[in-house]
Design a protein around this ligand. Sequence first.
Ligand code: MIC
Ligand code: SF4
Length: 652
Amino acid sequence: MKKNIVEKILSDHIIKGKSGKGTEVGIKIDQTLTQDATGTMAYLQFEAMGVPKVKTELSVSYVDHNTVQIGFENADDHKYLQSVAAKYGIVYSRAGNGICHQVQLERFGKPGKTLLGSDSHTPTGGGIGMMAIGAGGLDVAVAMAGGAFYLTYPKVIKINLTGKLKPWVAAKDVILKVLEIFTTKGNVGCVFEYGGSGIDTLSVPERATITNMGAECGVTTSIFPSDKITKEFLKAQDRESDWVELIADVDAEYDQVVDINLSELVPMAATPHSPGNISAVKDLGEINVDQVCIGSCTNSSYKDMMSVAHILKGQKLHPNTSFVVAPGSKQVIENIIKDGGFESIVSAGARIAESACGFCIGNSQSPKTEAVSLRTSNRNFYGRSGTKSANAYLVSPETAAAAVITGKFTDPRDLEKMGIEYPNVKMPAKFYIDDSMFIFPEDAKGNGEIYRGPNIGDPPAAEPLKDKISGCVTLKVEDQITTDHIIPAGSKMKYRSNVPKYSEFLFEIVDPTFHDRAKEIKESGKYNIIVAGLSYGQGSSREHAALCPMYMGVKAVLAKSMERIHNANLINFGILPLNFKNELDYDGIDQADELEITEIKETLKTGKNLIVKNITKGTEFEATYDLSDRQKEILLAGGTLSFIKKKNNKGE
Ligand code: MIC
Ligand code: SF4
């Protein structure tokens, strides 16, 4: 049978279930990555599994999110992560070494392998031909312990690229075009596989920009073939032996094929407050720009930085604009210093931030009130920058650099009129490489003891699912509620290891009274229930968006539709993810309504729809669910950790 790339990797990795669209399969995970903000909880859960060493080919623990270190919390977490890595055979990437996805691509990514990361932008690895998937920390912990990762066998959508990007049009514009076509909703259970003659014109970092932001479409992952361009990149990273060819068979079949002619693309922007609101830069008109932020896992590679450096050479920052640059890794910094780019960026007036997530997650560089902020990152959700009234736009490094000079939204093609030439940056044949900021397990000086500062608390346990849920609609929200709405990151992210404290900020952006109401309902002996619109739980993989609600007594989420990672996280923490059979029933529920769901166990067994009674309104309606038998068992056990313990006790 002719296979596409996704089918090739999956058939090599399926260890549970049988391939077949829409069915649940378990795959073997070759590599894992965690970052610090999701990592502490992932490793606390891994510890609870009682496995002496990780069972993957490679597991890496990065510190890149919580690097601000105001107060002891972040430093405590870093030390905890370092000691866990030393004990369990995990590579530790110290703060300062760079953003997980950029560094993984540089130093560890291998074509044809599977990578599971506790971060939604793990698909960046698809740029190098990996099947790289984002998941909640608990799923990553299970994979480190040697367990399968479960996913719905995906539909594969081929994105057929032809032509070649024109000068000043970038990889970011390609993925913004993809977002314009597919939007941020309705792509759950799909994978984007890139192909066509146009891919021969895209370097690995450009491909990685494209696969990185596939996460915003809600697909399981995105992947490029592994070809001679991949080989050149690995050679430049001194890793040629990691290369294998991976291309789709001629006549491989796809569920859908979408053509994009690269030659026809123009500079694009995602306008506030969604990566799916796409416009051509030209159509945005004159908008003054208060802040420009260049960096993040989407656009912080050598090529991105050198393009910005060439554009800014001899230029100065516009007086009304603030400008920050965060190169993606220590390797990027060292290489752009060597090749003269760093000097041009600093000389233009950039504030150099450390190689970390920083501005992207709103834990530094929050813009001024009502600012227009141009960012090369991947998310512009409401409030994510740390300034609620700010308007963040997502653009390419070229468009961002143009605004640095002019102080307003500028199509970068117009720079030529100002005598600035297109920076046709070539990839180096060989990068300068220094791996000294990794601590490899064989070099770790740990004594097997785990460091636990006061910021580290045990993850709370969920309670088993009862036959009846009597609850109150604590919150009713609209469509496209992101995990940033559910539980903010930014300045609150330092409480990731302290669930009771972090839970105080649940839904803070939507309704700051949520926490107190939920507490009251929980203390009254009732459950909390969330009612939501379409595409609930978009965005991040943060399991705290399920873990903290679980801690506050949320037992069911009733939505018009839900995103993949969040749905899996809810199940992992014993929260029932339900959908309206008839979306109009959403309109018949109000906040504070009392709901009752009965005969849950028997109904789940038969697969029939659950009946939800609205006691307040005296009405009832049907709720559907999409749960495999394994997921039903997890819910009944009260979450994945309890499920694993139960199986271990039975010796399964
Ligand atoms: C994000 O971009 O939202 C984050 C912060 O990287 C998250 C992970 C987290 O919340 O820790 C993600 O994308 O998964
Ligand atoms: Fe970090 Fe931003 Fe990338 Fe998330 S999207 S991993 S916060 S750089």
